[in-house]
Write a new protein. Sequence first.
Length: 256
Amino acid sequence: MFCVNCGTKIEPSWNFCPVCACDLHSKNNTQNFTNKDFDIKDGVLVKYYGEAEEIWIPSNVTAIGREAFIEKEYLRSVHIPEGCEKIGYRAFYHCNNLRNVDFPDSLYEIGWSSFGFCKTLSEIPLPPKLKIIERWAFDWTAISEVIIPVSVEKIYYHAFDKVKKIEFKGNLPEIIHDENVDYLEGCCGSDLQSITLFSDYCDAEVIKIIIGKSSNHKVSVKHLCKNCGNILNRIGFWSSKWECPKCGNVSNVKFN
């Protein structure tokens, strides 16, 4: 038996979960899993064999392995425990009915095609310590808007291929493209309509980096104040200085 709130394995005689302290006698606070449901080796969830629509991954899992939940058609919601740091290659690939994913703050890497072709997944609140988003991580999903945390350092090509709006809370992370092609592939595709930036520097190359140099469609770019989030105004036509009309903060933003 496991705690529904955090996934900790519990004993029937316990009144409270030793990890999250929730009341185990409250309705729906426990869930039964057989030992065969989760194949866990050295903290890595290798494979899930159950058939539940909603899953609380056990609290001792530090990584979700390659194709651990691949093509689980019935899966609708998954709760990933605090302490899990990585989601591996195609971990939830083609989970067509997956609608909700609770990411822990500890997560730092989302792997190649981890949520590719999760066609009903429409929202992904990314965790604050996330550093790496691999190629095609959220390719062919229903996600239309995404906010990239300040912590993100690398985003690989086509990570958000169908996204329409993307917002970067910090400076633009490194966009990694495919070395086997002779043009730069962006982290977003041709569906992209809007880019919002909070960085102190921006030029025309930013758009090419995000959507790829092969793309020539128009994308609106909005630059916001890092202090309060208000839209910046340029100080003079030729100036690279932009001022926030709300808090007075001045940023050096260059557009070519």
